[in-house]
Design a protein around this ligand. Structure first.
Ligand code: DSN
Length: 403
């Protein structure tokens, strides 16, 4: 046995079991998903696609990839699916390479308004190699102003409008975005990484039926293995497949594709819908409770798994809040809020998500405790160790199956 590995693994198990994860992009994959990901499919090279591989011995990996594709098509109602991207960032990279040249204008929400790093940030390949122009959220409502987006798109005349965000707590009106894209003759591209579980459960406006191309991760609200996914209309299928392989990647991770197949099956169950309803009700309740304690909820509310909290009312920064909460066993990440006056490493906000705690079966009773503990720490009105022991007790009452 590798003692060093085992020791570190045990410490991580303890950390996961005894803390409360409120990172909006994290979740707990099921034992079946983890077994598939740890399976012997990890041993197999399979460059190419089912039936067209560049290696022998691919008869069963072909079956597993086809199973994953068919299940994703069924789950999301997609015409074409590529399950090979190693991550959401690589899915986006493959889509841009398939669709744009360096001059084409792509409209997106910038990182500091809730977009993702790969949506044109200057420090990322997307901003370095592609011509992104940004739209912003409205200063007052802190939400997408669809009329303003429409007017801006008419002036800019983009090749594509990218929506789907990383720190945006409200429902996105994909029907409206589709209308704007049609009216301005732009491609509609959606990165649904954060909300794919809600969309699979039909608890968020659907983007797959409207968009030309949709990218996603598979591990956030969708609760699968860490990985990427591309869904598209049939007319983009050849370009996208070619862009993923051989364009951007070599051998697909067949063990992860196997785990995606398992996760898509899980996400099509009634239990998954029940779970996503809990994710949403927990987020609403937590937002309400924090607002009652004078924490400002960005946009005033949430319609998703995510709450963006402006902590500046308490005279503290997002960084301070992240550190203090982390020390008490409550894991969040600092986040910029729209029109933030503080630099990104410091920020005025924290981002909170309820996907992981809901997977542990936590409900309103737990939310009461969590919100009290958050406020106890941020107001520095209770000793950190006292709060931490309350959090450990709560966490142990809702064990995660990590074996
Ligand atoms: N999508 C990012 C997040 O939301 O945490 C990670 O890339």
């Amino acid at each position: 046995m590798d003692i060093n590995f085992q020791e570190i693994l045990n410490k991580e198990k303890l950390r996961q079991n005894n803390s409360i994860v409120l990172i909006a992009s994290e979740n707990y994959a099921s034992k079946s998903v983890r077994e598939a990901q740890g399976s012997i499919f990890t041993n197999k090279y399979a460059e190419g696609y089912p039936g067209e591989r560049y290696y022998g011995g691919c008869e069963y990996v072909d079956q597993i990839e086809e199973l994953a594709i068919d299940r994703a098509k069924e789950l999301f109602g997609a015409e074409h699916v590529n399950v090979q991207p190693h991550s959401g960032a690589q899915a986006n990279m493959a889509v841009y390479s398939a669709t744009f040249d360096s001059q084409d204008i792509i409209m997106s929400l910038p990182l500091d308004h809730g977009g993702h790093l790969t949506h044109g940030s200057k420090v990322n390949f997307s901003g370095k190699f592609y011509n992104f122009k940004h739209y912003n959220v409205d200063r007052e409502s802190e939400q997408i102003d669809y009329d303003a987006l429409h007017s801006q798109a008419k002036i800019i005349n983009p090749k594509a409008i990218l929506s789907g965000f990383t720190a945006y707590p409200r429902e996105i009106d994909f029907e409206k975005i589709n209308f704007i894209c049609k009216d301005t003759d732009s491609l509609m591209i959606v990165d649904m990484a954060h909300i794919s579980g809600l969309i699979a459960a039909k608890l968020h406006s659907d983007c797959v039926k409207y968009a030309d191309i949709v990218t996603s991760t598979t591990h956030k609200t969708l609760r699968g293995p860490r990985g990427g996914l591309i869904l598209s209309k049939n007319k983009f299928s050849k370009k996208i497949d070619k862009s993923v392989f051989p364009g951007m990647q070599g051998g697909p991770m067949m063990h992860t594709i196997a785990a995606k197949a398992v996760a898509f099956q899980e996400a099509s169950s009634q239990n998954f819908i029940k779970y996503q309803k809990l994710v949403l009700s927990n987020a609403k309740l937590l937002a309400e409770k924090l607002a009652r304690e004078d924490l400002r909820i960005v946009t005033g509310d949430t319609d998703t798994h995510m709450i963006l909290v402006d902590v500046s009312n308490y005279g503290i920064t997002g960084k301070f809040a992240e550190d203090k909460l982390n020390n008490a066993g409550i894991i969040v990440n600092r986040n910029t809020i729209p029109y933030d006056t503080k630099p990104p490493r410091v920020c005025s906000g924290i981002r909170i998500g309820t996907a992981a705690i809901s997977s542990r079966g936590m409900d309103s009773e737990a939310i009461n405790i969590i919100s009290e503990c958050i406020v106890d720490i941020l107001k520095q009105r209770k000793d950190q160790e006292i709060v931490k022991s309350r959090i450990v007790k709560l966490a142990q009452k809702h064990p995660i199956n990590l074996d």
